[in-house]
Design a protein around this ligand. Structure first.
Ligand code: ADP
Ligand code: MG
Length: 369
């Protein structure tokens, strides 16, 4: 097993920079997920770790050994891609064993490794099948089996679940997490899916345009996003982000949501985060914005303030209802109790949880406080 260290890792294609000097320390045994929108440089970074792309600048170490000039086969890594490319004319057994035959391992050792991996992945009953007689999830497991038998020090995954339907993706996600818990090998996993990132990672690396925006545990990046970009990228439904003017209400600092006196009065600790700014970017997750009937009991705490709004669309999800509301000419997404599905045009109250208020500088888009 080994950790992975990226030091000012840079990739340029001609004059075009696509990875701009990334620094990242991945601990031995850690499960790190790199997430970000399409084209942000995730695959390029992973392929540089694998040795499938050269670096334009910087250094990559695996287990303290600089690997910049090592061939992929000498890096002791195993990679699983979105397209798992199994050999259609070979059985599951031979697909898993393929690399071991190529490495000329003794037959009994190959057999032991294949059967161990198959047991771990629930493939024991399927070893004699051909890939075309397998489901998508089973094929993906075979691809993982092929990686596992090589006993790599690091697993690299590039969007391994993107070809699967939603339900299967959920199942395979759980299996990958279980696999990591049982074998404990370092994993670097690339995805554009923030739910996958949240559920799998020990730490998430959020990338944007070839740079790292934030590195943290799933709960760090969810509760304390370092930038407005991270705030908007992590979490479903997406965080409401509004540019608001700093004003005052009865002598206390407040955030004006619109011209018509709709404002949230801030408790002193939140107000202190504003500094001298005259406008800020305010963020509230839909779950922290509760939509209620207008006759619901008044929120008594100053940390939970009610504002009048009008329903645009209500979407029942069962346990909760997702509600798009309009107030002060803006649309916000909030959540209601699942039994409350108000019709469009209904007047409602939204209760904002100010303990969960996120504030960002309107220009730099960096977190305040
Ligand atoms: P991601 O995996 O995050 O979707 P990639 O790492 O595949 O992104 O790509 C990052 C950027 O590098 C993209 O803008 C892509 O078009 C560009 N890119 C990738 N490979 C090449 C290449 N061989 N030549 C030129 N540009 C490339
Ligand atoms: Mg990619």
């Amino acid at each position: 097993m080994a950790g992975v260290s990226l030091n000012k890792v840079t990739k340029r294609y001609g004059d075009v920079g696509v990875v701009h000097g990334i620094d990242l320390e991945i601990a031995d045994g850690e499960f790190v997920v790199m997430v970000g929108p399409s084209g942000c440089g995730k695959s390029t970074t992973l392929r540089m770790i694998a040795g499938l792309e050269s670096l334009s600048d910087g250094e990559i170490s695996i287990g303290r050994r600089v690997v910049n000039t090592l061939e992929p086969k000498d890096r002791n890594i195993a990679m699983v891609f979105q397209n798992y490319a199994l050999y259609p004319h070979m059985s599951v057994y031979r697909n898993i064993a393929f690399g071991l035959y190529a490495a000329k391992l003794p037959k009994p050792e190959i057999d032991r490794k294949v059967r161990e991996a198959a047991a771990l992945l629930g493939l024991t009953e399927l070893l004699e099948r051909r890939p075309n007689a397998l489901s998508g999830g089973q094929r993906q497991r075979v691809a993982m089996g092929r990686a596992i038998v090589r006993d790599p020090t690091v697993f690299l995954f590039d969007e391994p679940l993107s070809n699967l339907d939603a339900q299967l993706r959920g199942q395979m996600r759980t299996e990958i997490k279980r696999l990591h818990q049982s074998i404990g090998t370092t994993i670097v996993y690339v995805t554009h899916d923030q739910v996958e990132a949240m559920t799998l990672a020990d730490r998430i690396v959020i990338m944007r345009e070839g740079r790292i925006e934030q590195v943290g545990t799933p709960l760090d990046v969810f509760h304390t996003p370092a930038t407005a970009f991270v705030a908007g990228f992590i979490g479903t439904p997406t965080m409401n982000l509004l540019e608001v003017i700093v004003t005052s209400r009865n002598g206390a600092p407040a955030l004006a949501l619109g011209p018509d006196q709709v404002a949230l009065t801030l408790p002193p600790d939140a107000a202190a985060r504003l500094g001298q700014r005259s406008k800020v970017l305010m963020g509230l997750r839909p779950d922290d914005l509760v939509v209620e009937p207008t006759d619901a009991p008044e929120a008594s705490s100053p940390r939970r303030q009610g504002l009048a709004a009008t329903v645009v669309i209500a979407e029942p999800l069962g346990v909760t209802t997702q509600v798009i509301v309009q107030l002060a000419g803006r649309e916000l997404v909030g959540m209601a109790d699942g039994r409350f599905v108000p019709a469009a045009g209904t007047a409602v109250k939204i209760a904002c949880d100010l303990d969960r208020l996120h504030l960002f500088d309107a220009e730099t888009r960096l977190r305040l406080g």
